[in-house]
Write a protein that binds this ligand. Structure first.
Ligand SMILES: Cc1cc2nc3c(=O)[nH]c(=O)nc-3n(C[C@H](O)[C@H](O)[C@H](O)COP(=O)(O)OP(=O)(O)OC[C@H]3O[C@@H](n4cnc5c(N)ncnc54)[C@H](O)[C@@H]3O)c2cc1C
Length: 394
């Protein structure tokens, strides 16, 4: 049995899959260990991606499209929908299970060896502290596999990265516990992304309803961790949300998960070890989107690992470039978005209702993001000050 590869990747989400695919395309031998029993399942995601953003990385396949979206509808606490002008946004709600399954097939085709039900328990260290491999539990037996580079793509709160001394534990205010369901019998008037904003729905976060084919929808919410308690957690908010808006929905899947909503980890490498995707907290802290961020970091990490796994000096240079590139691409933006989020969530439900009411007085053709922003500033002038502060770092 083969026990040694150039690169081992822990986790088969979008980050790990794209890292594996890139490294294999560059001619390296790659092992990907995923602890789940089926690639892409369960879906633990709202599945929304921007069209242009996604197209930067790969062409969309028809079978990955759950629905095409070209507008937003924001629903404040009083339930009066604010429809933003069409064509301001274009995106998809994807079938993430099929997407990940197909990317795994492409990776395998490129030469990646994929092991499912392969739960990485710990890293194996060399005497100098670098990583020489992983210990993996498979069907009740522990196996050891070795590689020149190990990439952690093991998602939020990456347990594996902590074994390299990299701090990945999130404070309650930096994580959003989420509940998400796939439901049928959801008859929405519009193919739009419905975002429900208000502390009554999801304090410090939001609830979403994203339409999919055949009157199905991806429905979920995330609350800021600091508002979660044993007696009022994300599940309680979700139960109330479903009772209020979709009491007759048939729930086909019910999952829980966490989204890191903070700034990116600055340290993404250590010796011959790298971190990609959620494990590096690369999610947009304002909207919780992280699929394309994980894809991008996976691609860059896979390339860097392939280019340098045979040369320790080159590895240092490539890894440093990787960290800089991820900071350039997401770091500053996420710092700003994080601060803006703080300001947005200082508003209370009356503020949201009032701003929504004023916005609805505008002519249809004027209902765009800019005018929504103007309404926010009109009602909460300190919002503008805080946004300026966020961007200028004052
Ligand atoms: C409820 C919810 C809704 C979301 N909605 C959206 C959205 O609408 N749009 C968007 O862009 N993003 C969304 N996100 C964020 C998005 O899902 C993540 O940013 C993205 O999945 C990150 O990809 P990843 O590969 O880094 O990690 P993950 O997708 O989390 O993959 C990590 C993988 O590692 C595996 N793993 C973990 N530990 C081990 C181990 N020890 N051994 C082997 N395998 C291991 C896990 O089983 C998992 O498959 C949402 C997240 C949640 C929780």
């Amino acid at each position: 049995m083969k026990t040694t590869w150039d690169i081992i990747i822990i986790g088969g989400g979008p980050g790990g899959l794209f890292a594996a695919l890139e490294a294999a395309k560059a001619g390296k031998s790659v092992l990907l260990c995923e602890r789940k029993r089926e690639m892409g399942i369960p879906v633990r995601c709202g599945e929304a991606v921007g069209k242009e953003d996604f197209a930067n990385y790969l062409p969309m396949e028809p079978r990955w499209i759950g629905s095409e979206i070209n507008t937003f509808i924001i629903v404040p606490p009083n339930g009066k929908e604010i429809k933003l002008k069409k064509d301001l946004y274009s995106g998809y709600v994807i079938n993430r299970d099929l997407f990940e399954y197909d990317i795994a097939a492409r990776a395998a085709e490129a030469g990646v060896q994929i092991k499912m039900k392969a739960n990485v328990q710990e890293l194996i260290h060399s005497d100098d502290g670098s990583v020489s491999g992983v210990r993996v539990m498979e069907s009740g037996k522990m196996h050891e596999y070795y590689a020149k580079i190990v990439i952690a793509a093991d998602g939020v709160e990456s347990r594996i990265s902590r074994q390299m001394g990299i701090q990945t534990v999130l404070k309650p205010e930096n994580i959003e516990p989420c509940v998400q369901v796939t439901a049928s019998g959801i008859h929405l008037p519009e193919k739009a992304l419905y975002l429900y904003i208000g502390t009554c729905y999801a304090p410090g976060g939001y609830a979403w309803v994203f339409p999919k084919a055949n009157n199905c929808a991806n429905i979920g919410l995330g609350i800021n961790g600091k508002y979660s308690s044993n007696t009022n957690c994300a599940k309680d908010y979700m139960d109330r949300f479903l009772d209020r808006f979709f009491p007759d929905a048939s729930i086909q899947r019910y999952v829980t998960g966490g989204v890191p909503v903070t700034t990116n980890l600055k340290r993404l490498t250590q010796d011959n070890f790298m971190i990609v995707g959620d494990a590096g907290h690369m999610v947009n802290p304002l909207n919780g989107g992280g699929i394309t961020h994980a894809i991008y970091s996976g691609i860059i990490a896979g390339k860097a690992a392939a280019a340098s796994c045979d040369d320790p000096q080159k590895m240092k240079i490539c890894f440093s470039k990787y960290e800089k590139e991820i900071y350039r691409k997401f770091g500053k933006n996420h710092e700003h978005q994080s601060k803006i989020k703080e300001v947005v969530y200082q508003m209370n439900d009356d503020d949201y209702n009032r701003i929504g009411g004023e916005f609805l007085k505008l002519d249809d053709s004027k209902r765009n993001f800019l005018n929504l922003f103007k309404q926010v500033v009109k009602h909460k002038p300190e919002f503008l000050i805080n946004v300026v502060r966020a961007f200028s770092g004052i």
